[in-house]
Design a binder for this molecule. Structure first.
Ligand code: SAH
Ligand code: SF4
Length: 374
């Protein structure tokens, strides 16, 4: 059953979740109860800026507001089903929603930043042939609160560092869950919320053109495009979204995207032996990218059971990379982090579905290895 007023998914106790409300929704909720609208800012600060999910501790609110908050909302965040730490120090969390769905997030500490890779949906309906999340199909959209919960859970697990960057590169197609994703992003960039600047939030998309345009008008955060192919026929085979929004339309939307000139656009190119790694393909890619300010991340495909595709050989990869960089397109090779803990998109949740039972020893063994290497 949905809460009519707020359009929010209630938890099992049938209460809406406090993390799902926007600043404006807090204002109306307070006004409807004859409570001061200015408290909306304070409630948002407690929840998102300070991470205090116990309304009794919201000390600058009146007792009656605190009691009502306690009674009328669920303050739960998804449970941690498993937590794996890689030898490269990235941490993967398999999270469980109140209605039993599994989704994942990855925390990636670097020397100068901490990037959190989050999910927007449980599964995905876009059906890309090389993607394990795509094979699951769509189970359901995550709510804005479930999206934001990932930041909360990551913060609780970070000892002395803080999240500096957020990327929507976990499970799901963010622009297929546009409203909830934008609602969550607004709280990420709100100074009373997470206070991240817009260029530190990246939405990655397979190319849902109308929503790229809408995002450009409403909240022009950074954009990453999962391109993987610059030939329409081949791309349509790999990525069904291309049948609806072919390459020319996608390019037009990218050229018009407001943040394009300022930050550029990241192009993700999963590189697959014998499919998209020839010089012929590199030529098409360079032609397609002309006029765009881009960086191309070359990502050797992660293998998973049930797919034939393999990553390019080291020499194939270098040849492709050189072709791009000789033409002034930066093209770093990015190995997915956390290979030893099922690093790729959707891989942990899928593995969980097939093998289940995470071995807690992996966590402790890797923690020891990291401690030794620091
Ligand atoms: N749906 C969005 C956001 C998910 S991002 C999108 O596609 O952009 C997940 C990233 O992982 C995408 O760039 C996707 O193309 C990539 N990916 C999917 N399957 C992969 C695999 N088997 N190996 C390496 N990268 C993969
Ligand atoms: Fe969905 Fe992205 Fe995977 Fe394609 S690559 S199936 S859009 S998650």
């Amino acid at each position: 059953m949905k809460n009519q007023l707020l359009n929010i998914l209630p938890d099992e106790k049938n209460l809406p979740n406090a993390l799902d409300l926007s600043v404006d929704e807090w204002k109306s909720w307070l006004c409807d109860r004859g409570l001061p609208a200015f408290s909306a800012k304070q409630v948002v600060q407690w929840i998102h800026q300070k991470g205090v999910l116990d309304p009794e501790k919201h000390s600058n609110l009146s007792k009656s507001v605190r009691e009502t908050l306690y009674k009328e909302f669920s303050w739960e965040v998804p449970k941690i089903n498993s937590h794996l730490i890689s030898v490269d120090a990235s941490e993967k969390f398999l999270l469980e929603t109140h209605d039993g769905h599994l989704f994942e997030m990855v925390l990636m500490p670097y020397d100068n930043r901490v990037t959190l890779c989050i999910s927007s949906q449980v599964g995905c309906r876009m059906g890309c042939t090389f993607c394990q999340t795509g094979k699951m199909g769509l189970k359901r959209n995550l709510t804005s609160g479930e999206i934001l919960s990932q930041l909360h859970i990551a913060r609780e697990n970070l000892q002395d560092r803080r999240i500096t960057n957020v990327v929507f590169m976990g499970m799901g197609e963010p622009l297929d869950n546009y409203d909830e994703v934008v609602k969550a992003c607004r709280l990420m960039v709100d100074k009373n919320g997470w206070g991240l600047s817009m260029h530190r939030v990246t939405v990655s998309t397979s190319g849902v053109v109308p929503y790229i345009q809408k995002l450009g008008k409403e909240l022009p955060v950074r954009l990453a495009i999962s391109l993987h192919e610059a030939d329409d026929n081949k791309r349509s085979q790999m990525m069904p979204v291309n049948r609806k929004y072919p390459l020319a339309e996608l390019k037009k939307a990218l050229l018009e995207y407001p943040a394009h000139k300022r930050y550029g656009i990241t192009i993700e190119y999963v590189i697959i032996e014998g499919k998209n790694d020839s010089i012929e393909e590199a030529k098409k890619l360079v032609k397609y990218l002309s006029g765009l300010k881009v960086k191309v991340n070359l990502i050797p495909i992660n293998h998973f059971p049930g797919i034939e595709m393999k990553p390019s050989t080291a020499s194939g990869l270098r040849r492709f990379q050189k072709y791009l960089s000789d033409r002034s397109i930066p093209a770093p090779i990015r190995y997915s982090r956390g290979q030893d803990i099922s690093g790729g998109c959707g891989q942990l949740a899928a593995k969980h579905e097939s093998e289940l039972a995470m071995d807690p020893r992996v966590l402790h063994k890797n923690r020891r290895r990291i401690d030794r290497s620091i």
